[in-house]
Design a protein around this ligand. Structure first.
Ligand code: NAI
Ligand code: MG
Length: 326
């Protein structure tokens, strides 16, 4: 079966790292059909809107989307795109690589973050002139869905430690519900897990990241904790992510459009190529995903490296080395 992949490079280094990832995918010769879509600051300048309807539709109808980065219009582009693929799960691995400076080289974590509700549900209100409220939305369905996804992800990817982050001692009803849903899913699937208060977890993650594998989180906790763990492995140029929906998904590096280095041809393509590896995994090409990850890992260890990792190689040099390692 051939897969239709929407390719949306966006702004700045998006236009440099996305082609690198496509080169790697093409080398695998899986017969993907790549369809280009436009979005970002440059599109807004030309047409008045950062995300044209046709790009939204392209992502919604594709089997998967590869997105680079947008600049100032990032929120106008990425939030609707995540909605286009109906992504309920945000998957963010934070893995340290040999040969790359990391605060904690033993880090190998994956955050599975609920991506639709919690305090990001957008339910805010000005009650009076000087009182503003925010409603934290937690539903049974979304909690169950993210728990099922998280436990299955851990099993499929060989993680023995699963932790559910929460703060049910204070947010008794909302995180109580989240925790209950996780417990029910674990019981039904015979999964083992630990639960952890999210504040204490932040501290333990910094001190002993090796104690953790997959961390299932409500929305805000996942946002904060995954950024925190990103700091442990060092280098924005290395972090991939996935936004997964029921039958569609979008893959993007965590970094932005890097205007300070855009156009110089020195962006690190690793995060984008690793995002493409997550796409391969998602589409059922597990062996190919492993090959790509191993190739990137070998290049990070032996070089060549881009300037963000202390080297002097170009995006093209690194991409070529990854292709050789493949
Ligand atoms: P950024 O991630 O673009 O850059 C931060 C720093 O990391 C810069 O010094 C940059 O050169 C470096 N960097 C990032 N990715 C790199 C890579 N692959 N290789 C080498 N160096 C890399 O974040 P910043 O500077 O906060 O934002 C720049 C623009 O990107 C803004 O307009 C922002 O709105 C947008 N942005 C877009 C995102 C998205 O599309 N998902 C996410 C974050 C920011
Ligand atoms: Mg964030």
């Amino acid at each position: 079966m051939t897969h239709r992949i929407a390719v949306i490079p966006g702004d700045g280094i998006g236009g440099e790292v996305v082609p690198a990832a496509i080169e790697v995918l093409e080398a695998l010769d899986l017969g993907f059909e790549f369809v280009d879509g436009e979005a970002g600051d440059y599109v807004k300048e030309e047409r008045g809107e950062a995300l044209p309807q046709e790009t939204y539709d392209l992502a919604a109808e594709a089997d998967a989307t590869l997105f680079g980065a947008a600049g100032e219009t990032a929120a106008d582009v990425i939030l609707p795109l995540r909605e286009a693929v109906d992504s309920f799960a945000n998957v963010r691995p934070a893995r340290a690589y040999p040969g790359v400076d990391a605060v904690k080289p033993e880090t190998d974590l994956v955050f599975v973050r609920e991506n639709t509700e919690g305090v990001y549900a957008g339910i805010e209100d000005d009650l009076t002139d000087d009182v503003t409220t925010l409603t934290r939305l937690i539903t049974e369905d979304a909690s169950r869905r993210i728990a099922e996804f998280g436990f299955e992800y851990a099993e499929e990817n060989g993680f023995s430690d699963v932790t559910v982050a929460h703060k049910a001692n204070v947010m008794r009803k909302t995180d109580g519900r989240f925790l209950d849903a996780c417990e029910a899913v674990a019981a039904a699937g015979d999964y083992e897990y630990d639960e952890a208060l999210m504040d204490a977890l932040a501290m333990h993650l910094i001190m002993h990241p090796e104690d953790y594998g997959v961390v299932i989180c409500p929305n805000l906790a996942g946002d904060m904790l995954s950024d925190l763990a990103a700091g442990l492995v060092g280098g924005l140029g290395l972090l991939p992510s996935a936004n997964v929906g029921p039958d569609n998904a979008l893959f993007e590096p965590v970094h932005g459009s890097a205007p300070d280095i855009a156009g110089e041809g020195i962006a690190n393509p690793a995060a984008m190529i690793l995002s493409a590896a997550m796409m391969l995994e998602h589409l059922g090409y597990g062996d190919e995903a492993t090959r790509v990850r191993d190739a990137v890992t070998a290049v990070l260890e032996d070089g060549p490296r881009t300037p963000d990792l202390g080297g002097d190689a170009t995006t093209a040099d690194v991409t070529e080395a990854v292709l050789d390692a493949l």
